[in-house]
Design a protein around this ligand. Sequence first.
Ligand code: AFD
Ligand code: MN
Ligand code: MN
Length: 424
Amino acid sequence: MQIEKQKLDRHNDALFSAHTKKWEAIKSDITNAEDVVKKLVDFQIAIPSWALGTGGTRFGRFAAGGEPRSLEEKIEDIGLLHQLNKSSGAISLHIPWDIPKDPKAVKVLAAQYGLRFDAMNSNTFQDQKNQAYSYKFGSLQHVNKNVRDQAINHNIEVIEYGKQLGSNSITVWLSDGSSFPGQLNFRKAFQNTLDGLQKIYAALPEDWKMFVEYKAFEPNFYSMTVGDWGQSLLYAQKLGPKAYTLVDLGHHLPNANIEQIVSLLLMEGKLGGFHFNDSKYGDDDLTVGSINPYQLFLIFNELIEGMDARHMDHATDLAWMIDASHNVKDPLEDLLQSVEAIQIAYAQALIVNTGALVKAQQQNDVAQAQEILQAAYRTDVRTLVAEARLRAGGTLQPLTFFRESKIREHLISSRGKETIATGL
Ligand code: AFD
Ligand code: MN
Ligand code: MN
């Protein structure tokens, strides 16, 4: 559904004078406020095609109602998010959950909503109907060459779809690994996986990137064949310049220092993309910033420091994506919250007094270093984010607008209560 412009204007008009007061105040407080707003306007976060419905857990699934029934309706939902926040201008497709039957038409439809296609995602962690070989014991690592070839061909097919849609990257996340000691020869599993990735890499178009996503555990619980950033980096280094590591916030062991990982990967020029979510225990897929917003801020602080050191473009040189699954919230509300949490952390990191921080580090002034970081983190930057949305043509308060306009109710009445979106 497209929202009429008058409706957006009415919402913004009602909030405009209160917003302007806050904007004027923050502008005199934060010296680089204008620059932050400009950067926020450019910063787009891709929405995965599987995040628009409720994911459920292995215990049960509680449908939100009005979930998108097709790829076209998923695009429509992301278009709606983008209309409200002007920061969700990209979609990340999952094959085979969302095979575009007519890629040309799908590309045109997405463009109508101002969306481009971000990284393509392959799936060799599930068996599909009529599939010749099972992935029960892995895909690229498998002891049987037929299984490996099937997984390689699937990834190449995903690249083909991506080419037609105008995407320029593929994310490979493997569930490969073992659940019991003795099940797997680690070295052979690594070598088979590398060999498979090399064959997929060889099918990449000139201007494409490959992201190797790691995960510490689940669905395998004894070993994962791409289990951490070290293993991912090893593959990426062996593959070549088009291969990068992808960091998913939920894919680490507890207490991992993700900001340090990010910093070192950037130093090596090997950080390619990001999957945002939050977690309490593991790969919980919770709303970004809902559990540990300070960690998110610290990660952004390293991202900016590392990207600036390499003169990278914040908006375009890394692939930014949300990767989450919703169980108890409205998926669209959750995504609005996640995007806003990312923008807040990004804005806070942009206002860190870096000159003073460098000085404090040089002098081993630990207390001062903490003060500097926390001064930025404790600044309420929501007005900067709202100003960026306003300038880009979005809404001052997306979530309020979503609720007041009864968008979910409209979606339920047009799509039905029992619809189920494809995905996990
Ligand atoms: C997984 C991984 C990976 C994958 C997705 C599929 O994070 O990004 O594509 O979920 O559902 O946990
Ligand atoms: Mn992920
Ligand atoms: Mn995950």
